[in-house]
Design a protein around this ligand. Structure first.
Ligand code: NCD
Length: 320
């Protein structure tokens, strides 16, 4: 990797809005090196030996929490998990007190998911020593997911600038869409959005490089990649779409629609999938799908984020 003058040491990872293109490039280049570790027989390096990380999840998660935990462990850190169902959170402990408690135990990083927008930013005001990594705050941001999507695109396409990516579905409830849009625009990707009008936020319409379509067909035409979003049934008020069958018929990604995109179109989905709703099983498991790869890339990207924020990476002074 080239010696880099950008450093993420001590930076809170709240959203890609506050990442520069150079910082994003540094994460992607570091993740490429980290991915090699995942393929080794012995997946353990001492990069974060002596560091401790806590994951603090107030919302359910399979991939994100596990991959942060795995990332920390591959790097030699100690990782502890707190989930809302099995902690003092059920006894009514406030977010502030829980944060102060984990800070007092000496954790160096808090990886945090919460249903409220701005919760991770709030955490940066409460604690002083630990780095805060936002693993999803309501419908606001999910930066590590945005970065792993960029990483997956870069691995397959060899470049990011000038790509055409479609993001389909429930844009207004999706923190993944928001982080995608910030990250992709910073890297020069053209973003095409489509979804039912009831799921499209209005503020996006004005931004350069973002194109909003009523029909999925128009958004995915000649696309290099399609990111299908999960319909967030748990965040949704009733009545945003008439029925699941209708949604699948009008906005679901199926084989027929996939044929409108480029031949080598990459299909992404953050998971968990509602198969048969936003994506057909054939597309989800088909040749163009990178959905399982995204999971592995998620570990690599999170290894990169933890290394860069906690140590500055191999070019930092701390390692000389
Ligand atoms: C996403 C999330 O939780 O925001 N999932 C994930 O992190 N893999 C997307 C979703 O739940 O739809």
């Amino acid at each position: 990797m080239e010696k880099s003058t950008v450093s993420l040491r001590g930076k809170h990872v709240l959203g890609l809005k506050d990442f520069s293109p150079e910082e994003i490039k540094l994460v992607l280049a570091t993740a490429k090196e980290m991915k090699q570790i995942i393929h080794r027989d012995i997946k353990k390096v001492p990069t974060l030996r002596g560091k401790s990380i806590v994951t603090l999840f107030y919302e359910p998660s399979t991939r994100t929490r596990t991959s942060f935990e795995t990332a920390g462990k591959y790097l030699g850190a100690d990782v502890v998990n707190i989930t809302s169902g099995t902690s003092s959170i059920v006894k009514g402990e406030s977010l502030r007190d829980t944060l102060l408690t984990v800070e007092a135990m000496g954790f160096d990083a808090i990886v945090m998911r919460h249903k409220n927008e701005g919760a991770a930013e709030y955490a940066t005001k409460v604690v002083h020593h630990p780095v805060i990594i936002n693993a999803g705050d309501g419908a606001h941001a999910h930066p590590s997911q945005g970065l792993l999507n960029l990483f997956t695109l870069l691995e397959h396409k060899g470049h990011l600038e000038g790509l055409k990516v479609a993001i389909i579905g429930d844009i207004s409830h999706s923190r993944v869409a928001r982080s995608d849009i910030w990250g992709m625009r910073k890297m020069g990707i053209e973003v095409h959005l489509a979804g039912p009008k009831t799921m499209m936020p209005r503020f996006l319409y004005q931004e350069p490089g973002i194109f909003v379509h009523d029909r999925i067909e128009d958004a995915i035409k000649d696309a290099d990649a399609i990111n299908v979003l999960r319909i967030q049934l748990e965040r949704m008020k009733a009545g945003l779409f008439p029925s699941k069958r209708e949604y699948a018929r009008i906005f679901g990604l199926n084989d027929e629609r996939l044929a409108l995109a480029k031949d080598d179109v990459l299909v992404l989905h953050p998971g968990p999938m509602n198969k048969g709703l936003e994506i057909s099983p054939y597309v989800a498991y088909g040749d163009n799908s990178a959905i399982q790869e995204q999971v592995q890339n998620g570990v690599a990207v999170r290894m990169a984020l933890l290394t860069l924020t906690l140590t500055g990476g191999k070019d930092s002074e701390a390692n000389h």
